[in-house]
Write a protein that binds this ligand. Structure first.
Ligand SMILES: Cc1cc2nc3c(=O)[nH]c(=O)nc-3n(C[C@H](O)[C@H](O)[C@H](O)COP(=O)(O)O)c2cc1C
Length: 357
């Protein structure tokens, strides 16, 4: 039903407008206990202790979380939790509110099961996000840290630290986002010289808080394996808790068929899957499993989750898969993962992490 509606109705309307309507509807549904109960009743997955995952000192009911960018300001967290995601990444959040790039800036590539976005960090700003997170649901929450567009790279650390400090009480995990392609020069923060200062500064800010919380690093899929190895070495040196691999890509695989493939911005969804998985595998191999990995890119179903775990991910996230599969996405994907585990005789997900070739 959702797929039919998506193809024939939603697909003809502006993608960002629909996203706004969906987010506001979810926020409204999540505001009442009846709304949350109905969402849980119809859409949440059936849980089983064999699906549980431990990472960064936190427990997750299963490996599938919601990737950054879907709920940038933390408006609809109660509903998203009721839909069954095991963790949610809010953001990316900037210190000051900003509108992002001019519209249109979000495009569906239906034939390719993909999206292209060049949103450029629209954010309500950290003060409003803190108010939104004051009543957060009880599941692990990651917060993605960003910088304002006008902030020069030389002052980026101040922006990242400001958001970290302001939202420290509200998140369980913090993510340094230096990999979005739509903020000019942001990806240069992945260069060793910038990144070392950024990680050191953020860890210094965390050390000044009452309790230590993990800091993760989200990387681009367009880095070479040599660059990724240098970033992993730096991450280990600066006691980063894990790597999120990956953000959207600037590449345009020749296989793309949709007219919107010509739009500029970051490509996500099915065409990103294999590259993102190869990066997960590479990180797991070069770090010998010492850095927990959150695998993201092209996850649409249980077998995509299985593949990312076997490549070396401990957790998995999705954004585009949720858009294409609809409200029952988590229930379906986790049900499929459970079936694969049963068929393969796996009783503990730790047994398969990094075990695929
Ligand atoms: C519309 C849109 C907005 C996004 N915004 C952010 C963001 O603010 N911060 C971030 O780190 N990643 C952002 N992402 C990237 C996703 O978190 C994810 O890394 C990427 O889309 C690949 O996963 P997917 O194939 O499941 O979509 C965004 C993706 C999309 C499609």
């Amino acid at each position: 039903m959702y797929r039919f509606l998506y193809r024939h109705l939603l697909a003809r309307t502006d993608a960002e407008w629909i996203h706004g309507v969906a987010l506001r509807s979810l926020a409204a549904a999540g505001a009442s206990s009846l709304g949350r109960a109905l969402l849980r009743r119809f859409f949440a997955p059936h849980l089983d202790s064999v699906l549980c995952v431990e990472a960064f000192g936190l427990s997750f009911a299963h490996p599938l979380g919601l990737a950054s960018g879907f709920d940038k300001d933390g408006c609809a967290l109660s509903s998203l939790a009721a839909l069954g995601f095991s963790f949610i990444e809010v953001g990316t959040v900037t210190p000051q509110p900003q509108a992002g790039n001019s519209k249109p800036r979000l495009f569906r590539l239906l034939e390719d099961r993909a999206l292209i976005n060049r949103l450029g960090f629209p954010s309500a700003g950290m003060a409003q996000v803190a108010r939104n997170l004051a009543r957060r649901p009880a599941l692990p929450l990651a917060i993605s840290l960003g910088k304002n567009k006008e902030t020069p790279l030389s002052a980026a650390l101040n922006d990242y630290c400001a958001v970290l400090e302001h939202l420290y009480a509200y998140g369980d995990v913090f993510v340094v986002n230096v990999s979005s392609p739509n903020t000019p020069d942001l990806r240069r923060l992945q260069d060793e010289a910038y990144l070392a200062d950024l990680l050191a500064g953020l860890q210094h800010t965390i050390a000044a808080q009452r309790a230590a919380k993990p800091l993760l690093l989200k990387i681009a899929p367009d880095l070479s394996f040599a660059e990724i190895e240098r970033i992993c070495a730096l991450a280990l040196q600066h006691k980063v808790g894990g790597i999120i691999a990956t953000n959207t890509t600037l590449e345009r695989p020749p296989s793309l068929r949709s007219a919107a493939a010509r739009e500029s911005g970051g490509l996500s969804g099915a065409p990103l899957r294999d590259r993102a998985t190869a990066i997960v595998r590479h990180i797991h191999s070069v770090t010998e499993g010492k850095l927990p990995i959150v695998g993201v890119g092209g996850v649409f179903n249980g077998s995509d989750i299985w593949e990312k775990l076997r490549a070396g991910a401990t957790l998995v996230q999705a954004y585009t898969g949720f858009i294409y599969e609809g409200l029952a996405f988590v229930r379906r994907a986790i049900g499929e993962l459970r079936s694969i585990m049963a068929a393969e005789g796996v009783r503990d997900l730790r047994d398969i992490i990094g075990k695929g070739r």
